[in-house]
Design a protein around this ligand. Structure first.
Ligand code: CTP
Length: 407
């Protein structure tokens, strides 16, 4: 996904800097050309030589002869996308005020490509009104700022300020690049979204359950992109999607069964502007789930084992429709568009995202997807692309439809 892109990683002086060389390796493995700039205090946590070995290019630092004549300008011109990780309160404060008293800041000031900040600091520094003001200003100036994570801080206690997990930073970067490439106008500031993701499981006994092949990747991509585009996101994910990276700042609720998903979707739907039901719901559950393991010799006869199933509620159809833009998915193996159109009417939604799950390279568990966005008066088939790409185009289409309906 990053193949051929010129990415600049700016490292500033926070303890989380020790994790950045590994992150740089991930970017290189994903096909990016990577260069690094370090602030003077970043060098106390990690050495320029580490990055030189990894990237095969000397990082931009003070007082070191660079192969380029005006090194900070040459790096700014070379950059397609830049990420500041970790971003300290100090560097954000300086940058927002146009201060360029080191090489890294000078390069940042000369950039005309998109800039992503990944702040990491003590929780009191993050909560300080000055930091909040600076972060707000960075966003107003058109930059993207990821929320820090909550967890164990270097100070030895829990708090909000941790650098997000490397996989979450990687997802943020992918979403950030895709938004900038595909839909520069995607802006969900002020929108509240409810997104469901994953596949439900229905208990048969303590060791067995019914489920489906949904991984949750599509729903997670939607939630992460929506957050990065400025939205306020609640994600109801299933247990089997728990290992996929979620960006800090998303409200997360975890469920197992269709009934739990039903309850949580109804509990959270009220104040939402956009509701996207991408979870694959088991249509049936066991009529008699048991609390002890079922034993073969007590259950089966020569005709095999029969399990009585009872139908689950249709969550999407049951959700209140007024006041939100509602989106459902239709995973089909044949007559994809026709079945998708039927579901648009049957479920009473504004959009159905239809995809062909008989193709193993798209749909369930794949990293790519190809979908058709079906509304009452339009049908748009998107190119086959990453699920993040699909999420960006889909959210941009929803944003367009909402603003048209307001005119
Ligand atoms: N859905 C739901 N509750 C269910 C079943 C499905 O909310 N009990 C939602 C899914 O999340 C999806 C949409 O309805 O957004 C379509 O789901 P799908 O499984 O494709 O369709 P079904 O309604 O189950 O119909 P069928 O299995 O006959 O295709």
């Amino acid at each position: 996904m990053l193949k051929g892109l010129n990415l600049t990683v700016v490292v500033t002086g926070g303890i989380a800097a020790y994790k950045v060389p590994d992150f740089v390796r991930t970017l290189i493995k994903a096909g990016a050309n990577v260069r690094v700039a370090l602030t003077p205090s970043a060098k106390q946590f990690v050495t320029p030589f580490t990055f030189e070995v990894l990237t095969k290019y000397p990082p931009l630092v003070e007082d070191v002869q660079s192969p380029d004549t005006v090194a900070h300008i040459a790096l700014a011109d070379w950059t397609d996308y830049a990420i500041v990780v970790p971003a300290t309160a100090n560097t954000m404060a300086k940058f927002v005020n146009g201060i360029a008293d080191n090489e890294a800041l000078s390069m940042m000031l000369a950039l005309d490509s998109p800039l992503l900040f990944v702040p990491a600091m003590n929780e009191k520094m993050w909560a300080n009104p000055a930091t909040k003001r600076n972060v707000d200003q960075l966003r107003l100036d058109g930059h993207t700022v990821v929320e820090p994570d909550t967890g164990f801080l270097a100070e030895g206690y829990e708090g909000k300020g941790r650098m997000p997990a490397p996989e979450a930073i990687f997802q943020s970067l992918l979403a950030f690049i895709t938004i900038n490439k595909q839909a520069k106008t995607l802006d969900l500031t002020g929108y509240r979204l409810l997104v469901s993701a994953g596949g439900t499981t229905e208990k048969l006994d303590p060791v067995r359950f019914l489920t489906n092949r949904s991984s949750g990747k599509m729903g997670l991509a939607i939630a992460n992109v929506a957050l990065l585009a400025g939205g306020q996101v609640t994600l109801v994910r299933t247990e089997n999607a728990k290992n996929l990276p979620v960006l800090p700042g998303i409200e997360v609720v975890t469920v197992k069964s269709a009934q739990e998903l039903y309850d949580k979707m109804h509990a959270h739907v009220t104040d939402k502007d956009i509701v996207i039901m991408s979870a694959a719901v088991s249509d049936y559950r066991s009529a008699n789930p048991v609390n002890q393991k079922m034993k073969k010799d007590q259950l089966s006869n020569q005709d095999g084992l029969s399990i009585q199933l009872t139908e689950n509620p249709d969550i999407l159809a049951s959700l209140p429709k007024a006041g939100h833009y509602m989106v459902g998915f239709a995973a089909e193996t044949q007559n994809v568009i026709e079945y998708g159109r039927n579901k648009l009417v049957k479920k009473g939604v504004d959009m159905i995202v239809a995809n062909d799950v008989s193709d193993q390279t798209i749909g369930f568990n794949a990293d790519d997807n190809q979908v058709t966005l079906i509304t009452k008066d339009s049908e748009r088939t998107l190119e086959k692309q990453s699920k993040i790409g699909v999420a960006v185009e889909m959210l941009a289409h929803i944003q367009d439809n909402i603003s048209k309906s307001k005119k």
